[in-house]
Design a protein around this ligand. Structure first.
Ligand code: BGP
Length: 490
């Protein structure tokens, strides 16, 4: 019983939510840098200007911008990625704290626009490359293996303003150039790679994941095809750069349960689950699943997959599968059947057996065991849980203490569920990197006060705070968990 000997315990962040330094040392703006701060009540907006000089701000998840939109940063708006938690200047201090907790791995993303400021340059930005050299060296100094996401909502804005980024096949070549550069440069330093963070976010709006200002199904299908091809090519490039490289995909995994045993609800649930499976099926098996092709046919969507492209997909299957897991949802045919529930991307119905976080995400540790089981059963490839956690409103009390019991309880129950998946169900699990191991900007709301970390960062939504790092109660707890290789969860 227990976790495997070399289990990769760690934590996860993304460049755009952690680093700040949005225009430092030659970095170009990315998709995330033109998204405003929202809240639980206010959505996040994407800002752009039209040819008549008007400045617009449209909701990120439902964005359908006009053809003449030029995306950019405008004075009157507050963009949380610009400062984030200033990891750009604090990364050494932060990695030292992760090392103190005993991290074996640290999941970060490379901000593509730091390396290729517009995405289209022939030559990379040396200062950007140097930054990640230093960051990886700092990890390796403590024996922490970097786990690197190539694209985590950081499509260079240059590609978006030129041709709507992933909507256009030319972005694949730009991405290949970027992957070749980082694959060569970080050879021997980085062994674990992920291609696109939550590639399936595309189905919930094109902006975040693909820099596509549209929700049109045909456009989304093409952007998806381009990212799937790029993901397959990245696998090949990274294997060629270093045969030791292990390349995984990354799915935002939203488990659905049928709301009732009504067969109609079962079928509805199957459909919802296919939204999870589709991208993963292509990345793990190397071909488009028939249920998706049939759906495209029914909806009149054309993706024009050539023989050569089919070969690319076939040869670029991933070595392992990674996913984020936060919550579960229920599916039902009747839309007035029950109360709706929200989540990081998709909606569903409330499960009467589950409690929810302050942001309404339903908490379900057993769902993680179930997710691991069905995922492993379907693909028979090693798995990693690369995001998991609960966002809470932590209170910094006098004496600089934060009693974040809710984090401890959530993580403890989910670690137990992983233990069961490994030891009772026989799942091969390589690692666990809880989300936001240090407080950072929320992706869905842009808030600072939705906190996940073991380490509190003193930045507030109104711009106050000096960015001081303070250990929460969960810091010492996670340290014990790692030291005991998952046995001591008290
Ligand atoms: C995932 C994203 C992360 C992260 C997380 C938590 O969907 O990959 O970037 O932010 O969700 O969501 P949020 O920040 O909205 O609480």
């Amino acid at each position: 019983m227990g976790f495997p000997k070399d289990f990769l315990w760690g934590g996860a962040v993304a460049a755009n939510q952690y680093e700040g330094g949005w225009d430092a040392d030659g970095k170009g703006p990315s998709a995330a840098d033109v998204v405003t701060r929202g809240s639980r009540q206010t959505p996040r907006y994407v800002t752009y200007q039209t040819s008549d000089g008007q400045i617009h701000a449209d909701e990120m998840f439902t964005l359908n911008a006009p053809k003449d939109a030029v995306f950019g940063v405008f004075e009157e708006y507050d963009y949380p990625s610009h400062e984030a938690v200033d990891g750009y200047h604090h990364f050494k201090e932060d990695i030292a704290l992760f090392a103190e907790m005993g991290f074996k791995t640290y999941r970060i993303s490379i901000n593509w626009a730091r390396i290729f400021p517009t995405g289209m340059e022939e030559e990379p930005n040396e200062a950007g490359l140097r930054f990640y050299d230093e960051l990886f060296d700092e990890c390796l100094k403590y024996g922490i293996k970097p786990l690197v996401t190539l694209s985590h909502y950081e499509t260079p804005l240059g590609l978006i303003n030129a041709w709507n980024a992933w909507e256009d096949a030319r972005t694949i070549e730009c991405f290949e150039r970027y992957v070749k550069v980082v694959g060569e440069r970080y050879k021997g330093k980085v062994e674990y790679w992920l291609t696109f963070n939550e590639i399936n976010t595309l189905d919930h709006g094109g902006w975040m994941g693909a820099g596509v200002p549209s929700t049109d199904p045909q456009t989304i299908a093409m952007a998806g095809k381009h990212q799937l091809l790029a993901s397959a090519k990245a696998v090949k490039i990274l294997h060629e750069a270093d045969p030791n490289n292990k390349v995984g995909n990354m799915i935002g995994f939203m488990v659905y349960y049928p709301l009732t045993c009504n067969p109609d609800d079962i079928m509805e649930c199957w459909k919802e689950m296919n939204m999870n499976w589709f991208y993963c099926d292509v990345q793990a098996r190397g071909y488009y699943p028939r249920y998706k092709l049939k759906e495209y046919e029914r909806e009149g969507i054309e993706i024009h997959l050539t023989q050569e492209e089919k070969e690319v997909l076939k040869k670029g299957t991933v070595d392992f599968i990674s996913f984020s897991y936060y919550m579960t949802n229920c599916a039902a045919k009747q839309s007035d059947a029950a109360e709706t529930s929200i989540g990081n991307m998709s909606m569903g119905f409330k499960n009467p057996y589950l409690k929810a976080s302050d942001w309404g995400w339903q908490i379900d540790p057993t769902g993680l065991r179930y997710a691991l089981d069905i995922m492993y059963d379907r693909y028979q490839k090693p798995l990693m849980v690369v995001e998991n956690g609960v966002g809470t409103q932590d209170i910094l009390e006098e004496g600089k203490v934060v009693h974040d019991l809710a984090h401890i309880e959530y993580l403890r129950d989910h670690i137990k569920a992983m233990d069961e998946a490994i030891n009772i169900d026989g799942v091969e699990l390589w690692g666990y990197t809880p989300w936001g191991c240090i407080d950072l900007v929320s992706a869905s709301t842009g808030e600072m006060h939705k906190r996940y970390g073991f380490i509190y960062v003193d930045y507030q939504d109104d711009g106050t705070g000096e960015g001081e790092r303070i250990k929460k109660d969960s810091f010492d707890w996670y340290k014990k968990v790692i030291a005991s290789n998952g046995k001591n969860l008290d």
